[in-house]
Design a protein around this ligand. Structure first.
Ligand SMILES: [Fe+2]
Length: 344
């Protein structure tokens, strides 16, 4: 009796289209289950990810969150949680999270994950479990190209002055601190802040709510630890008050005062960012944006320092989940992490 067995998948069974993202898919007729393809996909990622910045795996029948989680973990690094969150997310399963829970009709501008702090994942995967009926892309951009596209004087100014992110949690306006830090114990929050060089300050609201303000001095640009390339690496354009509609900016200032708005960002010494600098940043990011449509079952794997991501508005149901790995910590920046430099 002859036993039939499936021949192993070969590189020739895959189609690899260079670019950002580099699109990897099975060739027509190749029987490429995810399990069979994973060793080859790991090899391709090893060779290409830090050159192109991002890979899109499409057509590999990734049909469950579990399968996605195993796939992301198969690249050799344990998946990590989401600490000191910027936006609401839910844990879907294990180390897989929803992508940001943000109203569907709004865009999320390009950003590198957790570049508003000094500790971030080097790898991030997005899995499209359900493509939206309309819109809902996850546009990306080359952070090296963004860095090179700016006026060098702006880069020099931001790189040397760095940034100070100020967040006021709670007040019914932004994430509660309990959610951002994953604990309702102020002592735990203080411990996390100390370990990460974040200044924290508590105060009581008029109705007795315990409110938290954090101030964290961070990089505006960064050097990739493996490729040595410089990247634009901050969220000034997202945290600055000007990211909100003018009506909303005024309403927030009227309601809580300028120092208590949920989030804002300054130069490292506390000096305001210039409106024209923010306009240039937003303009360059727009020019560098690359969008492609999701197919249900796709996985996008990014080097989080080399490639930024965004979210387009959408209609109808959409489910895109996220996993991250390889925490990277920068050394102390500028003032040694005290948040109080003497220069600007
Ligand atoms: Fe993100």
């Amino acid at each position: 009796m002859t036993m039939l067995s499936t021949p192993p998948l070969a590189l020739a069974d895959l189609r690899v289209e260079p670019g950002l993202p580099t699109v990897v898919s099975p060739r027509a007729g190749a029987d490429a289950s995810l399990d069979d393809a994973t060793p080859l996909l790991q090899q391709i990622a090893e060779e290409r990810l830090e050159r192109t910045g991002g890979l899109l795996f499409t057509g590999f029948r990734i049909q469950s969150i579990d399968a996605f989680q195993s796939f992301a973990a198969s690249f050799g690094h344990p998946l990590i949680g989401y600490e000191f969150a910027s936006t609401p997310r839910s844990q879907v399963h294990g180390a897989v999270y929803t992508s940001t829970e943000y109203p569907p009709h709004r865009s999320i501008p390009l950003h590198n994950e957790q570049s508003y702090t000094r500790e971030w994942p080097l790898r991030i995967w997005f899995h499209c479990a359900l493509a939206a009926r309309s819109g809902g892309a996850t546009p990306i951009a080359d952070s090296r190209a963004i860095y090179r596209a700016f006026d060098p004087a702006l880069v020099e100014r931001f790189a040397s002055r760095e940034l100070l992110y100020v967040r006021n949690f709670g007040q019914g306006l932004d994430l509660p601190w309990e959610q951002a830090f994953g604990s309702d114990d102020p002592a735990v929050v203080e411990r996390i802040c100390r370990a990460r060089g974040i200044q924290c300050e508590w105060r009581d609201s008029e109705d007795g709510e315990l409110l938290l303000r954090t101030r964290e001095r961070c990089q505006a640009v960064a050097r990739h630890p493996r490729t040595g390339e410089n990247v634009w690496f901050n969220q000034a354009h997202l945290f600055h008050l000007s990211s909100l509609d003018e009506d909303m900016q005024q309403a927030l200032i009227d309601s809580v005062g300028p120092e208590n708005v949920p989030r804002n960002v300054y130069y490292g010494c506390g000096a305001p960012l210039e409106a024209d600098a923010l306009a240039q940043i937003r303009g360059v990011l727009d020019e560098q944006r690359i969008a492609f449509p999701w197919q249900t079952g796709d996985v996008l794997m990014l080097d989080n320092m080399l490639t930024a991501h965004a979210r387009d508005p959408f209609e109808g149901p959409r489910k895109v989940v996220v996993a991250m790995a390889q925490t990277y910590r920068t050394g102390d920046v500028g003032d040694g992490g005290t948040g109080e430099p003497a220069w600007c």
